[in-house]
Write a protein that binds this ligand. Structure first.
Ligand SMILES: Cc1ncc(COP(=O)(O)O)c(C=O)c1O
Length: 440
């Protein structure tokens, strides 16, 4: 390494205590190719962003064409064709009442925008006391201050308590560890009662409830019953509290429908999208909302302006990537691929469920998770780095969330490739047996 080259500081990485990261030179379909000639099967869509395979030629071409025509123009007071087209395309697939779209840069900023809009909405109606936000246990909504505040306490947030705004927290429908001690087969979603009580008692000071609809990602790939999400919508509506659906992970087919909210026939007041919006090519995000909310930001009163924006808001190249990404849903059998992935999850998970070191298996759409029984459960489980390195040595990119191994592949993964991923996880269970007290 040349002495002038800067040290690359990687996110979420124990600097100096982990092997040097592989340098990736090419991506092709589900594979990443490293500079030392290794091929790694990407079983997590490279941080949950890739949909149709790496370096998909249609998205790559759209990016090139747009960069040569118009690379960027400020979005305050200007518009451009790729954003107009994207508004048209998204308008056809999001729940109908979401008629307004506000662009930002990534999942965290899409969440910040929703939180700020919700709070400003109530204050512009003269109800500034309605400013508290309710979020779920095990939530993860991003790393900026507001997004980190609505996220639950975790190793991600522990160093930053002074930068987090206090939030109200309520139960998640984490059925494997039911917060109210019931079992899913016979429960009536009693985990919702705490939220209902909170809203009944304090709804006058609560602006919004934020959820990851049906699937809490970084908290451990926790799958919620659809009735829970439908219930959250019902009680928020009953108490005149806004609902923010953070579809940053779940959007664009991950859960088997275009958006998770659609599986539960829920229309939120805000929907945040990012990650898959550009098919995993470029950073772009959006917060969508209804006429009711937008109305409070119109009329020319300076107090009704939404004072928020980023330099690269609605970047034309990113919008062109998003348009090309959405076009692929029309030109390729994307939902057939999604169904094929779900079939493999259904076929392979039972063998893991039967293993004594497995505490729970769960899946929704293209996402499956295997929760391992270990003495040090949680994100910092000592098993995590061992598993990660085992998988990489086998040529598979899987990045366990502590003791939860999950599979979240690009939609173009072939069934035999997905079976190979499961075979690799099966072969790793020996490490789990060594690390845990479970009797085999
Ligand atoms: C549900 C959810 N919301 C928000 C975020 C933050 O997105 P970003 O990392 O793009 O800021 C994430 C990231 O994993 C997420 O899973």
């Amino acid at each position: 390494m040349s002495p002038s080259k800067l040290h690359l500081w990687h996110p979420f990485t124990r600097d100096g205590a982990e092997p040097a990261p592989p340098t990736v030179r090419r991506g092709d379909g589900v594979f990443l190719e490293t500079t030392d000639g290794r091929k790694i099967l990407d079983a997590i869509s490279s941080w949950w962003v890739n949909l149709h395979g790496h370096s998909h030629p249609a998205i790559a071409a759209a990016i090139g064409e747009q960069a040569a025509r118009l690379e960027h123009v400020l979005f305050a007071g200007f518009s451009h064709e790729p954003a107009e087209e994207l508004a048209e395309r998204l308008g056809k697939i999001v729940p109908a009442p979401l008629r307004h779209i506000f662009f930002s840069d990534d999942g965290s900023t899409a969440v910040e925008v929703a939180l700020k809009m919700a709070v400003q909405y109530w204050s512009s109606l003269g109800r500034a006391k309605k400013r508290q936000i309710v979020a779920l246990e095990h939530a993860y909504h991003g790393d900026t201050s507001g997004a980190m505040s609505v996220s639950d306490d975790s190793p991600f947030t522990s160093a930053f308590s002074s930068l987090r705004i206090p939030m109200l927290r309520t139960h998640s429908a984490y059925c494997a560890h039911c917060p109210v001690g019931l079992t899913r087969a016979t429960c009536k979603i009693e985990c919702l009662n705490r939220l209902e009580q909170l809203l009944a008692e304090r709804g006058h000071e609560i602006a919004a409830v934020i959820v990851e609809p049906l699937l809490q990602g970084a908290g451990g790939m926790i799958v919620h019953p659809e009735e829970f999400l439908a219930g959250v919508r019902r009680v928020t509506a009953d108490h005149d509290v806004l609902l923010i659906a953070d579809e940053v992970l779940t959007g664009f087919g991950r859960t088997g429908k275009m958006f998770a909210c659609q599986r539960a026939s829920v229309v939120p007041d805000f929907m945040c999208v990012a990650k898959g919006l550009t098919g995993g090519f470029l950073s772009l995000a959006a917060t969508l909302t209804t006429d009711r909310i937008h109305e409070a930001f119109t009329g020319g009163d300076p107090d009704h302006v939404f004072y928020h924006g980023h330099s690269y808001t609605a970047n034309p190249i990113a919008c062109a990537a998003a348009n090309a990404n959405l076009r692929i849903f029309d030109t390729e059998p994307v939902f057939e691929r999604i169904v094929a992935i779900e079939r493999v999850h259904q076929a392979r998970l039972p063998e893991f469920a039967a293993h004594p070191c497995v505490a729970d298996v769960r899946h929704i759409g293209t996402v499956a998770a295997i929760e391992l029984r270990v003495p040090d459960a949680g994100y910092l489980s000592s098993l995590r780095p061992k598993l990660y390195e085992f998988y990489l040595r086998r040529g598979v990119l899987l990045r366990p969330l502590g003791n939860v191994v999950y599979v979240l592949p690009p939609y173009v993964i072939a069934p035999e490739q997905l079976h190979f991923v499961y075979d690799t996880i099966r072969d790793s269970l020996g490490l789990v047996v060594q690390a845990s007290a479970c009797a085999v």
